[in-house]
Design a protein around this ligand. Structure first.
Ligand code: ATP
Length: 264
């Protein structure tokens, strides 16, 4: 589909097109498209920009990944479609392994995602086929299957666009879980150790930049983590949505799809 460059929602439409294209190639599932829609709805409420609490959480995530001994980035279809290059850059910046982990697992889909990541520059992609031979305890879905050299032994796991069950199970295994999720109310957002309430499209480049800045300053990383409180920060994101909506309602204004303010 040709999107007119002047279209007020051009960027969002481009992202949708990217996901649809990757859906046709077998990277993204139909359920992944629905999940993206849920994310977009929350992005509207946040004002479609990286908020202050999100920035704080991104900084804490960069610090945690820089301090980690065995960091792993978990990649599903939507993450591969929207951020393969940045995931590779991040893995290089902090020495993290990249592991494919899917709810709807098939060997062809795993290999297609692995291929996409390799094209983006990944040297090694874990969790494909028989490599995913370890199991996360107490988890029913296909997401329980992990690589014994990757997520299974990781101390810090970045799980963008995750489901709540697995975040909770990974925390129970003693891992620090970093979530990227536009919905501050999701179980993932609530269960993670560090929750970035932001669009993955905006988060990843900032996370790479901060990780490159912080990776050699362990003292600063430790200080950032000591001063970061996830529950407080998550509550700040919810308050921000609340205040923004209250302000718009009070001003008797609403934002149209074209981004204009409409007097009510
Ligand atoms: P949970 O199980 O954690 O309660 P869920 O059932 O919504 O959450 P999924 O269906 O796996 O979990 O949805 C994935 C999550 O990813 C959603 O909460 C959605 O808000 C979020 N999401 C989708 N697209 C993006 C995006 N581009 N950036 C950040 N978050 C996104």
């Amino acid at each position: 589909m040709k999107i007119p460059p002047g279209h007020p929602r051009a960027e969002s439409l481009h992202i949708r097109e990217k996901l649809i294209e990757q859906c046709k190639k077998g990277v993204v599932t139909a359920a992944g498209l629905v999940a993206h829609g849920r994310g977009e709805a929350f992005d509207y409420l946040l004002g479609e920009k990286t908020t202050k609490p999100a920035l704080k959480a991104i900084e804490a995530a960069a610090a945690a990944l820089s301090l980690a001994e065995k960091p792993v980035v978990s990649v599903n279809g939507n993450v591969a479609a929207l951020g393969a290059e940045d995931i590779v850059k991040l893995s290089h910046a902090v020495g993290a392994k990249i592991e494919v982990n899917l709810f709807y697992r098939s060997s062809i889909r795993e290999r297609t995602i692995q291929e996409l990541l390799k094209k983006a520059g990944a040297r090694e992609v874990l969790g494909v086929g028989k490599d995913a031979s370890a199991r996360i305890p107490e988890l029913g879905s296909e997401r329980r299957r992990v690589d014994p050299d990757g997520i299974f032994v990781a101390d810090v796991v970045l799980v963008p666009l995750e489901d709540g069950d697995r975040s909770e199970a990974l925390v129970k295994m003693g891992k620090k879980v970093i979530a990227i999720d536009l919905n501050p109310l999701s179980r993932t957002a609530q269960k993670a150790s560090i929750t970035i309430v932001d669009n993955i499209i905006r988060t990843l480049p900032r996370l790479v930049e901060l990780a490159e800045e912080l990776r050699n300053d362990k003292k600063k990383c430790r200080m950032i983590l000591t001063n970061f409180h996830n529950r407080k920060n998550l509550a700040e994101s919810i308050r921000l949505i609340n205040n923004r909506l209250a302000k718009l309602a009070k001003e008797k204004k609403c934002v149209t799809l074209e981004g204009e303010m409409l007097e009510l």
